[in-house]
Design a protein around this ligand. Structure first.
Ligand code: ATP
Ligand code: MG
Length: 477
């Protein structure tokens, strides 16, 4: 009916043009018509004078004027708010514009049509039935984009940051000794094991050794041994060939060891490595060879630096850590001092953190009051340099003048309270005392890390899931 009228109008007006295009001759009439009148996009076609020449069925009911009656009338009579005339004037396409039609937001496109360089009409197209459709696409793109950002970050984190021993602050004897050892280790290719309490700078030292070694031009690849899910270990570390398993990347994937070729592999939290992985790692260390899933063995040249805050000797006695692996990894041992052992460096390290957190020192903090220094020296710093860093960040936010005052430090530090002597632990059964102590330690760790569960877990030397469980048990929010 009206659609026939539509098509007659369309064909009559553009007959010559249609015939001149041989390709169109091969399209059956009904197919061509369905192309114009499909239910996914609604179309309006106006000629150079702004007269409506075609309207698809989807436009029925949008305005009081029916589609049939719209044909042959000026677009402004049919749709007073239409912007198609603007496109006739400018000749510029307007893509992805939003417009309210029938009280709904719609996404439309207005496309100028040219013949021999002259504008002969405009087609208005409803691209998506509703912004919800568009939103779906948008969300999908956003999701993919965030994935890319994540992987970019993953790539840049281990390889991009440049630390050298100059970033290691401190002049006390234990720090100087550790730095001297690190320099010697960097000259060789031997395996280095860095030990020390949580937050003492193990990762910083590992980076620095790589940066001053002959391997610095190649990758520094970090593997967090405690954090790789069991089922991903093989593919993460050793990679896989194309089509190795369903769901695999089509091109295959290089494992972390391959990425570290001629560079350094940093095995962090080695004390938390599952025994099954220890066996595999031992094999790789012996043979210096890795095998992608579904691939051939390949020689890899890497140096190993590992780190842990756990007591490996104790883990070995409890059969949680392999003796042979321990000897392979512990060729060169660097034991980092706790902050308690390098107390006289505290003011310098504190200032260093203030500078780092406040580039250019916009707040113009130049000194620390003697009282503030005194309480910092008396405190036991169970979270070591990481804790000091958090305290510096907090103080910088609180500080109102040019000097860090006593008041800018948390109360626990001012009172010299430390986590090894929690209050109110006497009385009751051993179980209750131990539970009270545990609860107190967790609360303190959360307070010191500004409620960062990840940092608190690291400070307490437990896994994050373990911390969650205990927080639930003790009702700590
Ligand atoms: N001597 C130092 N001079 C300056 N900054 C330091 C020093 N030691 C550690 N830091 C800083 O302290 C923070 C903690 O260091 P790092 O992450 O290397 O500790 P870690 O020993 O690996 O801790 P964890 O065992 O909890 O993983 C980092 O921000 C690091 O840059
Ligand atoms: Mg670390």
């Amino acid at each position: 009916m009206y659609s026939k009228t539509n098509s007659e109008v369309l064909l009559k007006n553009s007959k010559d043009q249609l015939e001149s295009k041989w390709i169109l001759k091969n399209i059956p009439y009904d197919l061509l018509f369905s192309l114009l009148d499909n239910s996914y996009e609604s179309l309006i076609l106006v000629d150079a004078d702004g007269i409506v020449r075609f309207m698809s069925q989807g436009n029925e009911g949008v305005t009081p004027i029916s589609v049939k009656d719209s044909i042959g009338r000026h677009i402004k009579d049919v749709r007073p708010d239409s912007k198609m005339i603007r496109v006739l004037k400018t000749g510029k396409a307007e893509m992805g514009r939003s417009m309210v039609l029938n009280h709904k937001n719609r996404v439309i496109a207005r496309i100028p049509l040219f013949k021999n360089g002259r504008i002969i009409g405009v087609v208005g197209k409803l691209v998506f039935n509703s912004p919800e459709h568009l939103k779906k696409f948008y969300n999908r793109i956003n999701y993919l984009k965030s994935q890319i950002d994540y992987y970019k970050g993953e790539l840049n984190r281990p390889y991009g940051i440049r630390y050298t021993l100059d970033n290691v602050i401190g002049r006390s004897v234990p720090i100087r000794q550790a730095k001297a050892l690190a320099r010697r280790a960097a000259e060789s290719d031997s395996a280095v094991l860095i030990t020390g309490e949580s937050g003492t700078g193990k990762e910083l030292f590992a980076h620095s050794i790589h940066e001053i070694s002959r391997r610095k031009k190649n990758n520094f690849v970090k593997i967090n041994c405690a954090a790789i899910p069991g089922e991903l270990i093989e593919s993460e570390l050793f990679g896989y060939e194309a089509g190795a398993f369903t769901g695999a990347n089509k091109k295959g994937k290089a494992g972390k060891f391959e990425l570290a070729h001629r560079g350094t592999i940093f095995l962090d939290e080695i004390g938390d490595m599952p025994l099954s992985l220890q066996v595999k790692l031992m094999r790789v260390l012996q043979e210096k060879e890795i095998e992608r899933l579904g691939g051939k063995p390949k020689q890899i040249d890497f140096r190993i630096i590992s780190a842990t805050n756990r007591n490996l000797e104790e883990l070995m006695i409890n059969k949680k850590f392999r003796l042979d692996l321990y000897y392979r990894l512990n060729v060169f041992n660097i034991n980092l001092p706790s902050l308690r052992e390098i107390k006289k460096d505290i003011p310098e390290i504190f200032k260093h953190f203030l500078d780092k957190l406040n580039p250019g020192n916009k707040q113009r903090i130049t000194t620390i009051s003697p009282e503030a220094v005194k309480v910092m020296l008396n405190y036991s710093w169970p979270g070591n340099l990481r804790e000091l860093r958090n305290i510096a960040e907090r103080a910088m936010i609180l500080c109102s003048g040019g000097r860090i005052e006593l008041d800018d430090l948390p109360i626990s530090i001012r009172q010299g309270r430390n986590t090894s002597l929690p209050g109110n632990t006497t009385g009751g059964s051993l179980k209750i005392i131990m539970e009270n102590t545990e609860k107190k330690l967790i609360q303190d760790a959360l307070e010191k890390t500004d409620n960062s569960r990840q940092k608190a877990a690291a400070m307490l030397g437990i896994h994050r899931t373990g911390l969650y469980q205990k927080m639930k048990k003790y009702n700590i929010s």
